[in-house]
Design a protein around this ligand. Sequence first.
Ligand code: PMM
Length: 266
Amino acid sequence: MTGIWGIVNVTPDSFSDGGRYLDVDRAVAHGLRLREQGATVLDVGGESTRPGAERVGADVEQQRVLPVIEQLVAAGVPVSIDTLDASTAAAAVQAGARIVNDVSGGLADPEMRAVVAASGADYAIGHWRGFSDDMYARAEYRRPAREVAGELKERMGEAAAAGIAPSRLIVDPGIGFAKAGVQNWDVLRGLDEILALGPRVLIGTSRKRFIAETLDADPARVTEDRRDLATAVTSALAARAGVWAVRVHHVAATRDALAVAHAWEG
Ligand code: PMM
């Protein structure tokens, strides 16, 4: 069965304007709801990686995520920490997170690999070419899937050199990261190249801009509902292709789509 990572973003724009404690409670309640709907892992993040998003300090990031992780872990839910920062990763694992989800694959923080190696956590490494303020300037590919796989292989080698066992790795082609429009479809079409790397494969297409661009010439017109429906379809296709897990906002829609895909396969 393909796993479902439910997204729990604890950022000011992800939950409305209440106070911090209210935000923690809401984030925890949201996570538990996603768990009930079928999430196998809850991916908790305190810094937006959206195109053009401002970076926050590690202290602010940890204030946001640690209380949420503690409560979700106490409730028995497997938690992943979505961060680029090694100190946040260390604190999150200390709080009970089992997976470090680093969309930069170890490139953003030189301390990250050593922290993960020492932690015993699993390590999800993404394909990445730079911080979100200028990542689109780096979106140049001749053969997107092949180049993404090649760069991920380098990240795998660096992780191994830092002492992280290959069995602890999860690879992610980083849909939307330093990839524009159709380049994302090129990578998804060439998913076999990513699967051939060996580790478990994670894919995150949820609500992303390239999906909205496919649905309407003006992506801003595409509602969240439409993005979620399209994400359920990409999730089912990714499951069919053999990925280990998909990372989504709307867990219930993707759960149903995966059930249908698995029934088709028999
Ligand atoms: N995408 C985002 C954040 N974290 N982690 C992984 N492993 N893969 C992704 O594709 C990914 C990620 C950006 O999406 P969001 O801002 O909607 O959470």
